[in-house]
Write a protein that binds this ligand. Structure first.
Ligand code: PLP
Length: 380
């Protein structure tokens, strides 16, 4: 390896993906991989999606950037596609952590309260506000002091409801904790959290940065379990790889985010918005139904994984999958073994093999990838 001039913040594998087409990624040695990562839940429409490429190409020839001092019809269009027929407003950002920063700022300003409740094993990003709301000591190590008035309780724990009191500005959670190990929120518990938020005039924030944009077979995972959050954050797959974040809030929160209250130079620029628009116009009810249909076949197959002695359990929903490995099989060794077999996969906390395939992957590619993973786990 030649001398690096890049900070060593990432522990990198020793090959470089250089192109992608559909659900196949090709590396610098000409090796092909079936992609079960989508970046990290970003390229939900795979690589070289024609509609997204065309939209971005057309916008490139017109203008990449213009400030937020002017009208922007692409922002209006993307916002409309995001909120549907609900009475909601969108603030655009450039990433997941920025969307969560916006949510934290809006929640404090709109309620006049400062305290926020978050959950152990959550992940909300790396900037100070979002990191301070993240329930993972490893990510926060060495960075204290954090943003004050943020506390943590256990996810999926009935006792945690007692911590939702009327001095809170907001509760923030993921419907499925992604980085935390693909931990699925219990539907009744999620509704109990929401009910307690309503009863205490606490804003309910759902972080859909990883679970959103079709990942679980719904535009947002909360819709699949019938929740009604005050604020939703999105990013990762929203523009299929161009940097876009969004904070979606109920319209009654609008006055708290008036002119000058928050902003971003790059956010909502026409180039990234053209990509987000092409993503959301393809995320139709029929497409989402197709994702749920493929997911059903995938979960039938995943049922067999419980038989493997290397597997403790399998969790997730839709095409967001966590395979929890026994302690003496290191997930990183499995990820590397799968590279050798032409498959890209991810890990998550708790020795979890995490799968986030592009939503456009065919049923047969999904099942053949799972077959390779099954065989690899059987050999370990
Ligand atoms: C990835 C992620 C984030 C952070 O997004 P960035 O774009 O990396 O800042 C926040 N929340 C969740 C749930 C995520 O998965």
């Amino acid at each position: 390896m030649s001398m690096t001039h890049v900070f060593p913040t990432y522990d990198r594998f020793d090959f470089e993906p250089i192109s992608g087409n559909g659900v196949i990624v090709t590396d610098d040695h000409g090796r092909d991989y079936l992609d079960f990562t989508s970046g990290i839940g970003v390229c939900n429409f795979g690589y070289q999606n024609v509609k997204i490429q065309n939209a971005v190409n057309v916008q490139l020839t017109k203008m990449w950037h213009i400030s937020n001092l002017y009208q922007n019809h692409l922002q209006e269009s993307v916002a409309e596609l995001l909120v549907g027929d609900e009475d909601k407003l969108v603030f655009f950002a450039n990433s997941g952590t920025e969307a969560n920063e916006a949510a934290l700022k809006l929640a404090r300003k709109a309620t006049g309260k400062s305290k926020v409740l978050s959950f152990n094993h959550s992940f909300h990003g790396r900037t100070y506000g979002s990191m301070s709301m993240t329930g993972n000591d490893h990510i926060k190590e060495g960075f204290a002091p954090f943003v004050p008035d943020i506390s943590f309780v256990d996810y999926n724990d009935a006792a945690s409801l007692d911590a939702i009191t009327d001095d809170l500005a907001a509760v923030i959670l993921e419907v499925i904790q992604g980085e935390g190990g693909v931990i699925v929120g219990d539907q009744d518990w999620l509704h109990a959290v929401q009910d307690k938020c309503k009863a205490t005039h606490t804003l309910f924030i759902i972080d859909e940065v990883q679970t959103g944009i079709g990942r679980t077979g719904y535009k947002f995972a909360y819709q699949g379990v019938g929740l009604d959050p005050d604020i939703v954050t999105s990013a990762k797959a929203l523009a299929n790889g161009l940097p876009v974040g969004a904070m979606i809030g109920k319209a009654n929160l609008g006055p708290a985010f008036g002119p000058g209250s928050h902003g971003s130079t790059f956010a909502g620029n026409p180039l990234t918005m053209s990509s987000a628009q092409a993503v959301l116009t393809q995320l139709t009810p029929a497409f989402l139904e197709g994702v749920r249909d493929k997911s059903a076949a995938v979960w039938d197959e995943l049922d067999h994984f419980d038989d493997l002695k290397t597997v403790k359990s399998v969790s997730g929903r839709g095409l967001m999958i966590g395979i929890h490995l026994v302690d003496d099989v290191a997930v990183n060794d499995v990820v590397k073994a799968l590279h050798q077999k032409g498959l890209l996969t991810l890990s998550a906390m708790g020795n979890t093999l995490r799968l986030l395939p592009p939503l456009i992957m065919s049923k047969s590619d999904l099942l053949s990838g799972l077959h390779t993973i099954y065989q690899t786990l059987d050999e370990k």
